[in-house]
Design a protein around this ligand. Structure first.
Ligand code: PEP
Ligand code: MG
Length: 320
C-alpha cells in the first residue's frame, strides 16, 4: 500500500477522462520544499513566510529573507513558487514584537496584510527580498487576509516601486511577477467581481474562510464538528469564486487543509477546481484519489451537490 503510493511520485495527476490537475505543495521549511520536489509537485503553491519570523526575537533582515526565498526557488528547479507575504498576528506565537499583544479578538485583529501595512518598512523589506529571489526562477506573490480592493492595489503599487528601485540598484528582477490574493475573508469572496481585475491569481484559504463564514473558531475544540467545510454556504462561496476566476481566466487554487483531504477531492473537482495546494504529506493520497475520478461525471453532478441542504446531504453526495 505504501509502496504503491510511493510509485505515484512520477505519475501525472490525471483524471480517468484525461484531464491533468495541478497539485502544488504548501511549504514552510527546507524539508517541505525538498519533499515537494521529490513528489513531483507542480510547484510550491503556498510558502508560508511566518516560519522565518517565529521562534526568534529579532526580525529577519532583507538579506536573510532573500536567501531563504531564493533557496526555495532554486530547490524547485524552475517550477513556480508562490510566496505568501507575512501572515502574522496575535493568533500566532510571535516574539519579535511585531504583532499586537493581547488583542481581544486576534482572528479579527491586526493580522496578515493589515499587520504588513501597519509596520513601517515591513512589507517593503519583504517584497524586496521576494523580488530579488525572482531573479532565480518563477515567483508569484500572494497576499493573506485581503478584504478589499484597496489592499491589493496598495501592495501592487509598492511592488512596482520596489521592482524599479531594485533594478536601479543592479538587481535582477523577473519581468512578470504575478500578484494574487488569498480568498479567506468572506467579504473578499463576495466583493470579488469588483476587484478580480486587480489580481493575477487567487488562492482560496479554506481554513480561515470556513472559520469566518461559519463564525466558528478554527482552533476552538469545544466547537467540535461545527468547524467543517461541509456546509452549503461554504460550498456556494467556493463555487462562486472558482467560477468567476475561470470566467476571467485567472488561475485559482484551494490551499487550505480541505485541499489535502483526499475524501474532498471529488467535491472540489465538481466545483470546478483544477489547482490544489496541499501539504506534501498528503500529496500522493490526493493524487491517487484524483486518478480514480472521472471529471466530467463529477461536473455533471455539481447541481446535485449544490442542492444539498446540510452536512448530511453533502456527505450523501460524497458517498454516492
Ligand atoms: C487558510 O486560511 O486556509 C490558509 C491556507 O492559511 P493559514 O492556514 O496559514 O491561515
Ligand atoms: Mg489563512
Amino acid at each position: 500500500e505504501r509502496k504503491q503510493l510511493h510509485r505515484l511520485r512520477r505519475e501525472p495527476t490525471r483524471t480517468t477522462d484525461g484531464v491533468d490537475i495541478k497539485l502544488y505543495a504548501n511549504a514552510e521549511s527546507r524539508d517541505d520544499v525538498a519533499e515537494a520536489h521529490a513528489l513531483g509537485a507542480a510547484g510550491v503553491g503556498l510558502y508560508r513566510t511566518e516560519f522565518l519570523f517565529l521562534q526568534r526575537n529579532e526580525l529577519p533582515d532583507e538579506d536573510e529573507q532573500f536567501r531563504a526565498y531564493r533557496d526555495v526557488v532554486l530547490g524547485m528547479t524552475g517550477r513556480s513558487v508562490t510566496i505568501r507575504t507575512l501572515d502574522l498576528g496575535a493568533d500566532k506565537a510571535d516574539k519579535t514584537g511585531l504583532a499586537l499583544r493581547d488583542e481581544p479578538n486576534p482572528a479579527l485583529g491586526v493580522r496578515g496584510v493589515r499587520l504588513s501595512m501597519a509596520r513601517d518598512g515591513l512589507l517593503e523589506t519583504q517584497l524586496r527580498a521576494i523580488l530579488r529571489a525572482s531573479g532565480y526562477g518563477p515567483v508569484r506573490v500572494l497576499v493573506p487576509m485581503i478584504s478589499c480592493a484597496e489592499e491589493i492595489r496598495t501592495v501592487r503599487r509598492l511592488m512596482q516601486q520596489v521592482a524599479a528601485d531594485l533594478r536601479k540598484q543592479g538587481h535582477e528582477v523577473a519581468d512578470k511577477i504575478p500578484l494574487g490574493a488569498m480568498i479567506e475573508v468572506p467579504a473578499a469572496a463576495i466583493a470579488l467581481p469588483g476587484f478580480i481585475h486587480a489580481v493575477d491569481f487567487l488562492s482560496i484559504g479554506t481554513n480561515d474562510l470556513v472559520q469566518y463564514l461559519l463564525a466558528v473558531d478554527r482552533n476552538n475544540e469545544a466547537l467540535g464538528n461545527l468547524y467543517t467545510p461541509l456546509h452549503p454556504a461554504v460550498l456556494r462561496v467556493i463555487r462562486d469564486v472558482i467560477r468567476l476566476a475561470r470566467a476571467r481566466g485567472k488561475p485559482v487554487a484551494v490551499c487550505g487543509e480541505m485541499a489535502g483531504d483526499a475524501a474532498f477531492a471529488p467535491l472540489l473537482l465538481a466545483l470546478g477546481l483544477e489547482e490544489f495546494s496541499l501539504h506534501p504529506a498528503t500529496l500522493l493520497e490526493v493524487r491517487r484519489a484524483i486518478r480514480g475520478l472521472h471529471l466530467d461525471s463529477l461536473r455533471k453532478r455539481a447541481p446535485a451537490l449544490m442542492r444539498a441542504r446540510d452536512r448530511a446531504g453533502i456527505e450523501a453526495w460524497l458517498n454516492a
